[in-house]
Design a protein around this ligand. Structure first.
Ligand code: HEM
Length: 227
């Protein structure tokens, strides 16, 4: 992602117009960080996924998502940990400079981007990077994926942040975003001296992990019994 896009996003924010076969370890942390508004992972304020671990395992097998991918996701966590803000600058820069996408953060009356909504979602997005890199794809994680799905869908969009925005993110954009999200992540994976071969494997694991989530987030959009 080039500097122009990042600058565009910074300017937009500044002027208020801004616009995953489980492994045994490590275990899921006992508690997730609190203090991020609307981040309810692991609490009773999370929808229950209609899927069970066997369904997730079947899906992972179908996309060649293996324990090795989990290992490389976990390898990425210390690399990404102190770069999440810079990553989010790039991702938000892309959204800010793509009118079709920033629309979904816009006011439903005026179309103007809702800066507070963008900022609140950004904080949870930062946490999501670390949760994905944790690779603890247990039932709690699966449930939170369903919660995130509902938050993109008309069932729950806007509710978490009480945002006066448009009512739904049209599903077709969700898997589409897998590509910019994972393509722009790669340089960050390479920033801390990992070998090119490890960077490629971490990147491949991230592509699978984000695609897996984009698939899971499709559940509310698909007719009953057909997901
Ligand atoms: C690979 C695709 C995507 C990823 C990884 C992603 C990631 C996320 C995450 C982590 C959250 C916060 C979840 C939480 O509440 O904890 C979120 C919410 C949100 N995302 Fe996405 N997203 C994707 C696709 C999209 C697309 C295509 C749009 C359209 C611009 C979008 C717009 C939003 C909005 C508006 C929210 C807030 C929803 C609400 O009202 O609660 N996302 N996304």
């Amino acid at each position: 992602m080039n500097r122009t896009v990042i600058t565009l996003a910074s300017v937009a924010v500044a002027c208020g117009a801004a616009v995953m076969i489980s492994m045994a370890q490590p275990a899921s942390p006992a508690s997730k960080p609190s203090g991020i508004p609307g981040y309810t992972y692991g609490t009773d304020k999370v929808a229950k996924s209609p899927l069970r671990m066997k369904d997730l395992d079947a899906l992972k097998r179908s996309m060649l998502f293996t324990d090795e991918d989990i290992r490389f996701l976990r390898m990425s966590k210390p690399i990404l940990k102190d770069q999440t803000d810079a990553i989010l600058d790039v991702w938000y820069g892309f959204v800010a400079s793509t009118p079709e996408l920033v629309y979904f953060f816009g006011n439903k009356e005026t179309g103007k981007p809702e800066a507070e909504y963008l900022a609140r979602v950004r904080a949870r997005f930062g946490q999501w990077i670390l949760d994905t890199a944790d690779g603890n794809f247990d039932q709690k994680w699966l449930d939170y994926q369903h919660e995130i799905a509902l938050r993109h869908h008309s069932t729950k969009k806007n509710q978490t942040d009480n945002a006066p925005s448009v009512p739904v993110i049209n599903y077709r954009y969700i898997p589409a975003l897998t590509i910019p999200v994972t393509t722009t992540l790669k340089p960050f994976l390479a920033n801390k001296g990992a070998s090119p071969a490890d960077v490629d494997k971490m990147h491949a694991a991230w592509v699978k992990a984000v695609l897996l989530q984009a698939i899971l987030w499709g559940e509310p959009y698909v007719r009953d019994g057909e997901f």
